[in-house]
Design a protein around this ligand. Sequence first.
Ligand code: HEC
Length: 160
Amino acid sequence: MRKQGAMLSALVLLVAIPFFQQTKGLANQPAQQADQQAQEPAPPKPIVIPPEAAKKANPVKPTAKSIEAGKRIFDIDCAMCHGENGDGKTDLAKSLGVKLPDFRDPAALGSVTDGGLFYVISKGHSPMPNEDVRAKPEEIWDLVNYIRSLSEKKAPPKTK
Ligand code: HEC
């Protein structure tokens, strides 16, 4: 009987020790970082735009009014990651470990159609949230028009 009891506590210890090591590991920094690295998929998933979405024509003309409306939404919903000037060099992007396109560079989105931009902004691309839950389609087209305006030679319209 005694012997069995001792064996049982030995068994409990064997199970318990790795468990304790694990919980201890979670509390200290290097182990936590290693944990995060293990969870992070190495290359970010490429953005896939369905061909029908890419073909969708932009129904909203890039008027000053549309571009200004887009800028207002961008400053609130997008600038924290993409930067107020659209260059994508923000602390949040850095801490999320993502490299964002510079919207001021005409080459950055040159191959993406307006319909494609509408799709990506609507559906999001982790960690980018999907905008279709908080903006109407017309407002998302305003965002498309605003982003396009950033890579044009002229400065974006002043809102003041
Ligand atoms: C949490 C950070 C975050 C926020 C907020 C965010 N984005 Fe993004 N955005 C990203 C990431 C990450 C990508 C993908 C970069 C990559 O993989 O190339 C991206 C990509 C894009 C692209 C490029 C699409 C392409 O085809 O290359 C556009 C356009 C864009 N975002 C617009 C927006 C707009 C407009 C908003 C606001 C409504 C917004 N983003 C909000 C993180 C964010």
